[in-house]
Write a protein that binds this ligand. Structure first.
Ligand code: GH3
Ligand code: MG
Ligand code: MG
Length: 450
C-alpha cells in the first residue's frame, strides 16, 4: 500500500459514508425495537437519522484527525530534529557526539507509531555508523599517506584498529628477514610468543583471515586482571598478494558484522601503506649504506657527523671521533686477492661495530678507512674503545684454504671539547693527524690527540 497525501480525505469520506449508512439503517433498527413503522419511516425522522449519522461521521473524522495527526506531527518534528543534529555532527566531523539521547526518538508507544519511531532509530543508528566508518577511513587514509616510518605506522594503525572495532588489545607483526617481528603491541601479554602461533603463521603464509574463539595463547592485560579474549581476528597485511605482516586483534565479545566490514576496509589501505613504508626504508638504506660493509657511506655518514657535532655544541657534551685504517692492506690484496681483501674489510667492519654502542655512528670513510662518531665520548673513552677495536681485529683471523689471514688496524682519535674546535672538519683533521702518527710510529696502535 502506498502512503498518499489523501489519507485523511479517504478517512473523512469513509466516516461520513459510514455515518450516513447508520442513518439509513437506523429506522429499520428502531422498528425491531418496537417503534411503530409509521413513526420510524416518517420523512422527518428519516432525515434526522441521516443528518445525525452524517454529523457523527464528521465528528469522528475530526476527532481521529486531531488525535492521530498531532502524534504524527510530533514524530515528524522529532525526526527532523534528529536529522538536523546528525547533519551538523557530520559537518563538524564529530560523530562521537551522536549519543542515544540526541540521535534517537523517544519511543513510548507500542502501536504502529512506536514501530515507526523504532524503525527510524535503527535507520539513524546504521547511518551514523556508516558515516563514522567513512570519517574513520578518511582519517586512517590521511595518516597512512603521511607516515613513512614503520614504527609510527604500526603504532598509529593499531590504535585505529582498536578504536574502531572496540577491541581490547592487539598487535602488529611485520616481516623482517624472514621473521615476523612485533612492530606495535597494546594490551597483549607476551606479544613475541604470539608471532609463533599457528594461526599467525597460517594468516601470513596462506594470506587467510582467521577467526579464533577463546584462544589459549592470547591473554589481554586488563586493569585489574588478565583475561582471555572471547574472539580474536588474525588477518594478513598484503600488497599485491605479497604478505608483509599480520595484525591480531582480540575482544571480550564477538566481532559484529559492521566491525568486520570496517576491518576489511582498513586492511586494504594498511597493506598498501606498509608496502610504501618498507619500500621507502629500503631506498633509504640503499642511499645511506655502503653495500659491502653495511655501515654508513661517506656522504650520509658525514651528514650524521655534522648533526652530532651541532648537538654536542648545543648541549655542551663530549663528542669523540675515531679514524681507523687497515695496516698494509695493499699487501693483503696483492697476496690473497681482492676477494679475500673484501672479506677482511667486511669482517673488520663487523668487529668495529661490535665494540660501539647504540647511538654511535660507523662510516666507511674511504677504501679501507673507517670513521666512528661517538656521542658523549671523551679522550679516555676513545682510548678505551679504540684499544678494544684494535685488539678485536688483531685477534681475529679468516681462512684462505689452509692459510690463516690476519690484519691489524691503526687508530687515531680526537674528542670535543678536549679539542676546542668550532667545526667538525677541524676535529676530523685532528683525528686524521693522530692516525697518521699511529701509522708513522709503528702501526697497530691507538693515538688520541691530547
Ligand atoms: P697503510 O694504510 O698501512 O699505510 O698501508 P695500506 O696498504 O693499507 O695503504 P694504502 O692506503 O696505500 O692502500 C689501501 C689499499 O686498500 C688500496 C686498495 O687496494 C685497498 N682497498 C681499498 N678499498 C678496497 C676495497 O673495497 N676492497 C679491497 N679488497 N681492497 C680495497
Ligand atoms: Mg691502509
Ligand atoms: Mg688508507
Amino acid at each position: 500500500m502506498r502512503i498518499t497525501k489523501k489519507v485523511f480525505t479517504d478517512l473523512g469520506i469513509w466516516m461520513v459514508v459510514f455515518g450516513l449508512m447508520i442513518g439509513i439503517v437506523f429506522p429499520w433498527f428502531v422498528t425491531i425495537l418496537g417503534v411503530p413503522s409509521s413513526i420510524a419511516f416518517k420523512p422527518g425522522f428519516f432525515a434526522a437519522c441521516l443528518g445525525a449519522g452524517a454529523l457523527a461521521g464528521i465528528f469522528n473524522f475530526l476527532l481521529a484527525r486531531f488525535i492521530v495527526a498531532t502524534r504524527i506531527k510530533l514524530l515528524s518534528s522529532g525526526m527532523r530534529q534528529v536529522e538536523e543534529h546528525l547533519q551538523d555532527l557530520n559537518h563538524q566531523g564529530n560523530l562521537d557526539n551522536c549519543t542515544y539521547e540526541s540521535c534517537s526518538l523517544p519511543v513510548d508507544s507500542e502501536d504502529e507509531l512506536g514501530d515507526s519511531a523504532r524503525a527510524f532509530n535503527r535507520l539513524v543508528e546504521t547511518l551514523a555508523y556508516s558515516l563514522e566508518t567513512q570519517e574513520a577511513l578518511q582519517t586512517f587514509s590521511e595518516m597512512l599517506a603521511s607516515t613513512l616510518e614503520l614504527e609510527t605506522l604500526a603504532e598509529k594503525s593499531l590504535e585505529m584498529f582498536l578504536d574502531h572495532t572496540g577491541s581490547d588489545g592487539g598487535l602488529v607483526l611485520c616481516e623482517s628477514a624472514g621473521q615476523l617481528e612485533v612492530a606495535a603491541s597494546r594490551g597483549i601479554k607476551d606479544p613475541e610468543m604470539i608471532s609463533e602461533s599457528d594461526y599467525v603463521k597460517i594468516a601470513f603464509q596462506k594470506g587467510e583471515i582467521q577467526k579464533v574463539q577463546l584462544p589459549n595463547e592470547i591473554k589481554i592485560e586488563g586493569v585489574l586482571a588478565e583475561f582471555r579474549p572471547r574472539e580474536i581476528i588474525v588477518f594478513p597485511a598484503k600488497y599485491k598478494e605479497v604478505p608483509l605482516g599480520v595484525v591480531v586483534l582480540g575482544k571480550t565479545e564477538a566481532y559484529t558484522a559492521g566491525e568486520q566490514i570496517r576491518l576489511e576496509l582498513f586492511r586494504q589501505g594498511f597493506g598498501l601503506a606498509l608496502n610504501n613504508v618498507l619500500a621507502h626504508d629500503r631506498l633509504q638504506r640503499l642511499a645511506a649504506l655502503d653495500p659491502l660493509t653495511g655501515v654508513y657511506n661517506r656522504r650520509f655518514g658525514l651528514r650524521r657527523l655534522h648533526e652530532e657535532f651541532e648537538r654536542a655544541v648545543r648541549s655542551s657534551s663530549h663528542l669523540g671521533l675515531l679514524m681507523m685504517d687497515l695496516d698494509h692492506f695493499k699487501n693483503v690484496n696483492d697476496v690473497y686477492g681482492h676477494q679475500m681483501g673484501d672479506r677482511l674489510l667486511k669482517s673488520s667492519a663487523t668487529i668495529i661495530r661490535s665494540v660501539l654502542r647504540e647511538g654511535d655512528v660507523l662510516i666507511r670513510y674511504g677504501g679501507e678507512e673507517f670513521l666512528a662518531v661517538l656521542p658523549a665520548a671523551s679522550n679516555d673513552d676513545l682510548m678505551l674503545i679504540g684499544e678494544r677495536m684494535r685488539r678485536g681485529i688483531e685477534a681475529s683471523a679468516l681462512m684462505d684454504g689452509e692459510q690463516t689471514v690476519r690484519v691489524t688496524i691503526s687508530v687515531g682519535g680526537a674528542a670535543y671539547p678536549n679539542q676546542n674546535v668550532e667545526k667538525e672538519d677541524a676535529l676530523l683533521q685532528l683525528a686524521d693527524e693522530s692516525l697518521y702518527k699511529a701509522k708513522q710510529t709503528g702501526r697497530n696502535q691507538v693515538i688520541i690527540s691530547e
